[in-house]
Design a protein around this ligand. Structure first.
Ligand code: ADP
Length: 153
C-alpha cells in the first residue's frame, strides 16, 4: 500500500520552513499531499488560488508532491485520499503543546491515522507565515523567507 501523507495547513503563504519539512519528508512517504485549508471563518491574507499555486510552483520538480484544498475534519479528508499519515512540523515547545492535543484528538477519532512530526531545522525555527505576513504588511521584503514559487508582487 502506498504511503501517503497529508500535510495540512494554511500556507498563508508557504515559507522556507514548510518547504524544508516537505522536502525532508519525501524519503518517508511515496506521496505527500499538501492540504491547503480554507475555512470561511479564517481571515487569510492571500486567496486560496494563490496559496495553492505558490506551493505547486515551489515543488514543480517534485512529482510526488501534490497540492489540494480541503475543508472539514482533517481525518475525514485523509480517509478520502487514502492518507494514513498526517505530517506536521515542530518549531518550539509552544508548537508541541498545540500539536499534541490535535494529534491526540485525531487519534481518538481515527486510530488508524498516525501523525508524524518533523523537527524544524534550526535555521528555520524563527520562520512563520505570521511573521512573513507582518513583514509584507509593513512594506518589508519577505522574499528570503518564502517558497521559491511565491510571487508577492
Ligand atoms: P496552521 O494554520 O495549521 O498552523 P501553517 O501553514 O501555519 O498552518 O503550518 C502548517 C504546519 O507547518 C504546522 O505543523 C507548523 O507547525 C509547521 N511549520 C510552520 N512553520 C514551520 C517552520 N519554520 N519549521 C517547521 N515547521 C513549520
Amino acid at each position: 500500500m502506498a504511503r501517503i501523507a497529508l500535510f495540512p495547513g494554511s500556507f498563508d503563504p508557504i515559507t522556507i520552513g514548510h518547504v524544508n519539512v516537505i522536502t525532508r519528508s519525501l524519503d518517508l512517504f511515496d506521496k505527500v499531499i499538501v492540504g491547503v485549508g480554507h475555512n470561511i471563518s479564517k481571515n487569510y491574507m492571500f486567496p486560496l488560488q494563490d496559496r495553492m499555486q505558490w506551493i505547486k510552483d515551489s515543488f514543480e520538480e517534485f512529482p510526488q508532491v501534490e497540492v489540494v484544498s480541503y475543508t472539514g475534519l482533517t481525518i475525514n479528508f485523509c480517509k478520502e485520499i487514502n492518507a494514513r499519515f498526517i505530517l506536521r512540523g515542530l518549531r518550539s515547545s509552544a508548537d508541541f503543546e498545540f500539536e499534541r492535543s490535535i494529534a491526540q484528538m485525531n487519534n481518538y477519532l481515527e486510530s488508524s491515522i498516525e501523525t508524524v512530526f518533523i523537527l524544524s531545522a534550526p535555521e528555520y525555527t524563527p520562520v512563520s507565515s505570521t511573521i512573513v505576513r507582518d513583514i509584507i504588511r509593513n512594506g518589508g521584503n519577505a522574499d528570503a523567507f518564502v517558497g521559491s514559487g511565491v510571487k508577492l508582487k
